[in-house]
Design a binder for this molecule. Sequence first.
Ligand code: ADP
Ligand code: MG
Length: 470
Amino acid sequence: MPANFESLALSPALLTVVGELGYTQPTPVQSAAIPVLLAGRNLIGQSKTGSGKTAAFALPILQSIDIDARSPQALILCPTRELCAQVAREVRRLGRRHAGLAVLEIVGGQPIWRQMDALKRGVHMVVGTPGRMIDHLQRGLLETRSIKTVVLDEADRMLDMGFGPDVEKILSELPEPRQTALFSATFPASIETLTRKFLHEALRITIDEPEEASLEIRQLRLAAEPDEKFPALCWSLNEYPHESALIFCNYKTSVFEVAQDLARAGVSAGHLDGDMDQFHRDQMLARFRNESIRVLVATDVAGRGIDVTDLDLVINYELHDQPDVYVHRIGRTGRAGKKGLAISLTTDRDEARLEAIQKLTGTRIESVKRRAGKGPGLKRLLESIARAPRMMTVLISGGRKDKVRPGDILGALTGEAGGLKSADIGKIEIQDRLSYVAVTRGVARHAVQQLNRGRIKGRRFRATLIDTFG
Ligand code: ADP
Ligand code: MG
């Protein structure tokens, strides 16, 4: 596949713009689609969100647009007003060297007369939602004679939103011959029907890009109505072995309840919420990172900036109503080529959210079942997951500004001075005025004594054990 835009037979003006926008290389869908569309063929394209589909169809359209003919030459359908605005914006950016280019959005929520005025003055491209586009067509406001290219963007979503009949009507009213391109993240039967009817002899391209993280993340869902959530959570923690698990809730109150119920049962759990002061937040994160706390419960706000590299399990205690939040949450596991696991506890009312997530990620979330009745009861589950963490955290009252470095702490704890083996020392984190060091549980008290007795860099610091689980 061509690795640069120059080999794609685009006009010098478009190549200049692409360079100005900092697009150094075409994306795979652009490499595959642009030559096909430039050749005038119909196209059915599948590739994930964010893969540059807009430029893939906009560049060939711009290449063939006749600026002097002020009549609509391309029509782009998108499922929502916001998506229309995004596409129009990208088209205008790419068309900035086409002096006089007029791109009109034909969407609801705007006075139709304004769109009529613009059409009268003359436009080259229209981007719209099927509903409003039908309005214009039926009132004879939109001149279709010169339309040469039609794009159905996010076709699966348009059908999901019930625009199927409108889309078909629009396609049957537009003049032939013309070029039609359809882009969709998924290909349900309804899309196949549409393509058979309207996309004759189309070339089909499917771009399987390795999704940055999510291919490495196994995604599961477990049905649990609100009163079953906590047992389902415990079941998950027991069923899927992990070193560190991060649990996301939508509400502060759930965070607190879940963390408290776990901690009460002796599970090594802590929590983060937006109201926590910086010191306690840092401390909690340091303990989670150094494996003194195995389970951390957080809201999205509080969880921002958690950079834990070895996270092997993320649990959505509650699904968020925005699919991109899901992607963000589960993206914390499976990093650095490791396989991660994401489990979502879902209620009957989450179906739409799950659909939206699967659309966005282009992946399927596998359903797992918890055998009710048969498996161990909640009490047994809690006993089974109530394992003390391997490490404990010692807080030292000196940090970077006191010239304390990891080697100094290691030196104070091991060798002749401290008597500990280096295998007993875990992660050491130095902050401005304090440090956290993880030590294995069995030697924790000894480590504190040694640190309080000895010196670091010739100075005495206070060392305390952070003893509680949560
Ligand atoms: P999709 O429609 O596939 O979800 P978009 O067309 O919205 O993706 O593009 C996603 C982002 O990538 C946009 O911000 C766009 O400007 C940018 N983009 C598109 N093509 C390239 C490219 N070749 N190089 C760098 N960025 C690009
Ligand atoms: Mg798009």
